[in-house]
Every structure is written in structure tokens, then in C-alpha cells.
Design a binder for this molecule. Structure first.
Ligand code: 5AD
Length: 349
């Protein structure tokens, strides 16, 4: 028991972890040691971000996707879902409504949908920035060329989310069809950084074939890339995918990894993800208490929210909905945190 506490102190003090320490933490069955880990992670977050939680309005603007990732419910081969696309005007109305509600960051997320060519994306980004010049626009629309990323950036996009999914090439190949390459994924992330975006990567916990070894590679990769943001959520099977029968990741492993990443990289923006809120009632609050400092309520039009089904039972009602931000505010106040109305940029200290 004693060693787990020593390991936690070592990670917190030296901002490094080795694979044996990681393995011990992941296998630990002492709840009090977990509480200590989360406490240390909260302390680290508080030193940089105080008790502030940053909010992002998530606009899921298309569920069309040309890719066929084995885990994802909006994969191309899933013919059982109803596909939708939002028009430029609809996206802009979402952002206007979000602004009214207090959001100062809009995340445009979608499948890789070639209907939205570079001109359309730039047009949407610049229109939002023109309406709200005190806001940040984050794109999360997958793998593109350096030139495309540069165009979006020049049009005003501030941030880009692209989860690396796994930093182990072989594991990557077991989660994705051969058409998608690990090398290109990583290339995208480095291009985004070079262009000047605030960049987010991330991975799922408990994805099929994940091991301590692949998780350790994720951690090392994140420390090398030095992203501004990093999202970790549990894998949750979707019934119309090749991984339908696989088991889901767990909240506890997700929380431990959020805490470890907070200790390793205290300034990083780390969301308490919707997937964490989906597998565990109160998961989002637990994420905050394990060192996360961002939430991304859903700002998409109500009639499409149940169509962006990356996994089964995805939550989108109640405090997950942007229009119920007051519920969220109350929930966070109950655990000693405050929602901040600002762009919520990365802090470099
Ligand atoms: N379970 C959990 N997360 C998923 N994602 C995609 N499918 C699933 C799933 N079945 C995550 C991926 C992707 C992000 C947008 O959602 O990590 O990058």
C-alpha cells in the first residue's frame, strides 16, 4: 500500500512516470490511494486554473463520415443511422445562441465529410469570428493536409482537436481500417502545432487491445507532443460497429489517467468528457475532481443531438445540454468549482 503513495508523490514532484509505476497505479485496488491521487491532481490543476472550469459549446455539425473506424457509430458502413448536415446559417445560429448562454468557445465537430470543402469551412469559421470577435473557434474535423489546416487557421480558427486514438502503431491498426495510417495521424498533429493552433490530442480508455504498454506509449507521446489540450474518455461499444460485443472502458481507469496526465502536465486543458458522463452517473463531476478543468456541453440543434451517436446511450439531455448551463453551474458549485465565462485559453505557467 505504501508504495502507491510513494509513486503518486514521485509523479507529482518530478512530473514523470515509468511503466512499472503506471502498472501499479492502474492495478491499485486501494480507494484511499485513488483519493490521494485525485487530491494531488486537483492541487496541480488549482495552482494553474484555480477553481475555474472552462466551458465549450459543442456544435456537432455533420455525422457523415468517409472513414470506417471500427469503434465509431458514425462510421461510413453504418447504414442504420440517419445522417444529417447543418447549413452555414444553422451553425451560425447555434453559435449566436451559445454566445447568449455565455459560451466564448465554439467547437465545430463532425465526421470527415467532404461536403464541407475548405472554402465552406473557412467561410463558416470567419463568419463566427466576425460575429463574435471575443470568442475562440475550435475545429474537430479530422485529418487534412497542411495547406487545409493553414487555410482554416488563416480564416480565424484558434484551436484544433484531433485525438491520436493510440500511440502504438500496431494498436492503431487494430482500431482502424488499413486506409487510415498512424503516421498520417501523427503528422497532422505536428502540422497543427507548427501552424500555431492550440492543439488537442487524446485517446479512449479500455479500447479493444489496449494494454498498459499502449497506455504508456500514449503518455509518452503526449509528453513529447506537448499539446495544449488532451481528452480521455472510456471506449463505449456501439451496437452497429465491428466492436459491438467488446466491453466498455471503466470510469476508474479514465479518472486515474486524467489525474496522472494532470500531474505530468499541470497546464494542460483536460475535459471531463461526455463518454465519462455516459458510463458513470456523475462522471463529469468525478472527472473535475480528478483534475479535469473543461466541459463541453452540447450546443447542436435539439433535433440532431440524438443522431451524433459515436457510441450507445450517449447522453445529451439535462446538464449535458448547453441551454441548461445553470444546472451545470449548480453541480460544479456543489463541488467547489465555478464556471468561467471567457475563451478559456491555455495558460502557459
Ligand atoms: N466510445 C468512446 N469514444 C468514441 N469515440 C469514437 N467512438 C467512440 C466510442 N465507441 C471518440 C474518438 C473520437 C472522438 C470524437 O470520439 O476518440 O476521436
Amino acid at each position: 500500500m505504501h508504495t502507491v503513495y510513494t509513486i503518486i508523490d514521485d509523479i507529482a514532484d518530478n512530473r514523470r512516470i515509468d511503466i512499472t509505476q503506471l502498472d501499479t497505479l492502474l492495478k491499485n485496488d486501494d480507494c484511499e490511494a485513488d483519493e490521494y491521487l485525485f487530491f494531488k491532481a486537483r492541487e496541480a490543476a488549482n495552482r494553474v486554473y484555480k477553481n475555474k472550469i472552462y466551458i465549450r459549446g459543442l456544435i456537432e455539425f455533420t455525422n457523415h463520415c468517409k472513414n470506417n473506424c471500427y469503434y465509431c457509430g458514425i462510421r461510413r458502413s453504418n447504414t442504420c443511422i440517419q445522417r444529417y448536415r447543418l447549413s452555414k446559417d444553422e451553425i451560425i445560429s447555434c453559435a449566436d445562441e451559445g454566445y447568449r448562454l455565455g459560451f466564448r468557445t465554439f467547437v465545430l465537430q463532425g465526421g470527415e465529410d467532404l461536403f464541407y470543402d475548405d472554402d465552406k469551412i473557412c467561410d463558416i469559421v470567419s463568419a463566427i469570428k466576425k460575429n463574435h470577435d471575443d470568442c475562440a473557434v475550435t475545429l474537430s474535423i479530422g485529418e487534412k493536409s497542411y495547406e487545409s489546416y493553414k487555410m482554416y487557421f488563416d480564416a480565424g480558427a484558434d484551436r484544433y482537436l484531433l485525438r491520436h486514438e493510440t500511440a502504438d502503431k500496431e494498436h492503431y491498426g487494430r482500431l482502424h481500417p488499413p486506409k487510415l495510417s498512424f503516421e498520417n495521424r501523427i503528422r497532422c498533429l505536428y502540422d497543427l502545432k507548427e501552424i500555431g493552433y492550440q492543439v488537442g490530442c487524446g485517446f479512449m480508455t479500455g479500447s479493444p487491445y489496449q494494454t498498459t504498454d499502449t497506455i504508456y506509449k500514449d503518455i509518452k507521446f503526449i509528453c513529447e507532443l506537448e499539446p495544449h489540450m488532451m481528452g480521455i474518455g472510456p471506449f463505449i461499444p456501439h451496437h452497429d460497429t465491428p466492436f459491438a460485443a467488446e466491453s466498455a472502458g471503466t470510469a476508474i481507469i479514465t479518472l486515474r489517467l486524467i489525474a496522472v496526465m494532470r500531474l505530468l502536465r499541470p497546464c494542460m486543458l483536460i475535459p471531463a468528457t461526455t463518454a465519462l458522463g455516459t458510463i458513470d452517473h456523475g462522471g463529469r463531476e468525478k472527472g473535475i475532481l480528478a483534475g479535469a478543468n473543461v466541459v463541453m456541453p452540447n450546443l447542436s440543434p435539439k433535433d440532431v443531438r440524438n443522431k451524433y451517436t459515436l457510441y450507445d446511450n450517449k447522453i445529451y439531455a439535462g446538464s449535458e445540454a448547453a441551454e441548461h448551463i445553470r444546472l451545470l453551474k449548480k453541480k460544479f458549485e456543489d463541488i467547489g468549482y465555478e464556471i468561467e465565462i471567457s475563451r478559456g485559453d491555455y495558460k502557459d505557467s
